[in-house]
Write a protein that binds this ligand. Sequence first.
Ligand SMILES: O=C(O)CCC(=O)C(=O)O
Ligand SMILES: [Fe+2]
Length: 345
Amino acid sequence: MESLPVPSVQAMVAATGGAEVPSRYHRPEASQDPVANDIEAEIPVIDFQRLLDPDACPEDSARLHRACQDWGFFQLINHGVPSDVIKGMKASIEGFFQLPPETKKKVAQERGQLDGYGHLFVVSEDQKLDWSDVLYLNTRPPYRKNLRFWPDKPDNFRLTLEKYSAATMNIVERLLPIIAKNLELQPEALTDKFIGGIQSIRMNYYPACAKAENVVGLAPHSDAGFLTLVLQVNQVQGLQIRRNGTWVPVKPLDSAFVVNLGDTFEIFTNGRYKSIEHRAVVNTEKERLSIAAFHGPNMHAKIGPLKEIVAHEVEAYKTVDHENFRRLFLSGKLVGKSFLEQMKL
Ligand SMILES: O=C(O)CCC(=O)C(=O)O
Ligand SMILES: [Fe+2]
């Protein structure tokens, strides 16, 4: 698995002032899709503390069910992650991208693997490119960590990422039994698959672009895993989700996680809950940063409809080894939900 090396967009903008858009980044078609201007559509907000107390707040798990079923996206507030962990992670990633290019390059991706500083899903020399740079690290379980690509600058980066990784993983572990219940499953139907579950963290840096309408920060895609927790790092918005043919901008609440359902979720539930296409747009004046924590089952788990769910209905998706599933996803181009299409029966 690898992604072809591409130039740093941040370095390119620093050198040119960002007014020029080289042809590989030029994607004017992106601005032709309609964008919802004001919010007839705001993604649901879920209060995690209320959700964890079903006796006091019985309606909150029903709200989560509707969010999963009707939106595939929600904001998680009151998630209990200490603010110093959130602030520390934001500061670490802002600090990393401010380092000189040669320092960042010490953790540049190398051929044959994806960890490190570079980009993802670049498979051909003539492919259009995203207006962003990425730091991608496998974080869990511990054997998947490759510390060679974990920055040691800014100070405490590694420790901060460890804390952040543990905190986000813990949220997913506590969401699983509630999701299982909403699907009328025993908790173990999900939790067993997530013992030793995988997590990887993708830190995105989107430089400003004077011709932002002609570039794409991150092309439309759905995430492959089960649940993704996205943290908006600075005040610049850019995440949009596709809903009924329109791009709906997400306005994150302060320090909320924007949670989305990935393809594995859609496959496990045989399509009851669907993964949702989303993209990131670029700001004309300010850089934008985000951190996406992807979570999936352990590497022994099969990726296919849960047997409890397809006991009385027709399977709509194939069942494949997790290893093959990941290889297939990470070695292709990321185009909308095209990867999931290949999993359909
Ligand atoms: O930048 C964002 O808000 C979204 C990031 C994202 O979708 C991803 O990294 O998969
Ligand atoms: Fe995503």
